[in-house]
Write a protein that binds this ligand. Structure first.
Ligand code: ADP
Ligand code: MG
Length: 344
């Protein structure tokens, strides 16, 4: 079931949480809503679910206007970060819950629950209680529970947010596989850009109640439409206008800042076309990569990251004079923000 959000706004009193948001989510796709805390992700998800209604605009599911239909009429599965399982029910009973409420006959419930237990790879744990599971296992059960009634849309609001980093990473891979098997239209909310890029085919980047850009992970990384997207999707140095003009080859306008990713810096011992002199002000070893801080002739500093073998070739040392240029960078109108150094 495809989802179509058309010009949806949501006001809470005088505060605009969503500002004329339009987005198309194709049937069977796995889409991430990505943005900082407070950008309106949960609000949008709640509107799609029918847990709340827009102040204006419309939401279509499978082409049907469902803006004012209840959650029960939408056939949607939902998992939240703290969507607790029923403590007094076993895993099997938790998964069966929605089916039993709908009075599905027991002989149909059993095989369905078994199938879901297989899907979440917890076949052996059906008789355990939630307290006897790890956090990651619990979220898998929550997912199985939301899939029991075969929803047409699955909405996940930071489902792995409360888990530790390693478990989260495993669950991302697991979720991709699960989506591949079930093929249900899935919208996944996260504030973690790495998580969005790893899980989703397409990412909707939100900021202050608006959509900044919609694209594949590669499109967002390589062709960010706005300074916000470029800064949010990966580390970036922002060189303010006067500094930007030390690199004339980049064609930054008089009032434009240059957005430069630390991985996109060319460093050379000799001056090449388009290069500016710089001194190495810091070297940080990070295993396979080395991070250096470079200071330009006007005193501005920025961060570059280079592969270990390139670093060894250059034999970079503190205070060494080198020449640098962007391999690629993007010019955007200067932000009000002060120049920042990327933290990798
Ligand atoms: P996100 O999920 O991206 O962190 P939310 O959608 O939860 O953001 O919230 C977006 C903005 O709307 C926030 O500033 C939040 O405080 C505000 N907001 C959300 N729900 C309500 C509400 N029921 N009443 C008032 N303000 C709300
Ligand atoms: Mg939220």
């Amino acid at each position: 079931m495809g989802i179509s959000v058309e010009n949806v706004s949501k006001e809470f009193g005088s505060f605009t949480a969503l500002d004329r948001v339009s987005v198309e989510i194709k049937t069977g796709s796995l889409v991430a809503l990505l943005g900082p805390s407070g950008s309106g992700k949960s609000t949008l998800l709640r509107m799609i679910a029918g847990l709340d209604t827009p102040s204006s605009g419309q939401i279509f599911l499978s082409g049907q206007d469902t803006t004012h239909r209840s959650i029960q009429e939408r056939n949607i599965g939902f998992v939240f970060q703290h969507y607790a399982l029923f403590k007094h029910l076993t895993v099997r009973q938790n998964i069966a819950f929605a089916l039993e409420i709908r009075k599905v006959p027991a002989e149909k419930v059993r095989p369905r629950v078994q199938e879901l237990l297989q899907l979440i790879q917890l076949e052996g744990l059906g008789d355990r209680y939630p307290s006897q599971l790890s956090g990651g296992q619990r979220q898998r059960v929550a997912l199985a529970r939301s899939l029991a009634t075969q929803p047409s849309v699955l909405l996940l609001d930071e489902p792995f947010g409360a888990l530790d980093a390693k478990v989260r990473k495993d669950l991302r891979v697991w979720l991709r596989r699960l989506h591949h098997e079930v093929q249900v239209t899935t919208v996944f909310v996260t504030h973690d850009q790495e998580e969005a890029m790893e899980v989703a085919d397409e990412i909707v980047v939100m900021n202050q109640g608006r959509i900044e850009q919609v694209g594949t992970p590669a499109e967002l990384y390589d062709q960010p439409a706005t300074p916000f997207v470029m800064s949010f999707i990966g580390p970036v140095n922002i060189l303010p206008p006067p500094t930007a003009r030390l690199f004339p080859g980049q064609n930054a306008g008089a009032s434009q800042a240059l957005f430069l990713r630390p991985h996109d810096v060319v460093i050379s011992p000799t001056r090449e076309d388009g290069m500016a002199p710089a001194s190495v002000s810091r070297v940080v070893h990070m295993g396979r990569e080395v991070q250096t801080e470079l200071t330009l002739s006007d005193g501005a500093s920025f961060t570059a990251v280079l592969p270990r073998d390139r670093f060894d070739q250059l034999q970079l040392q503190r205070n060494q004079q080198v020449f640098v240029k962007p391999k690629q960078a993007r010019a955007f109108p200067q932000q009000h923000a002060a120049p920042i150094e990327a933290t990798v």
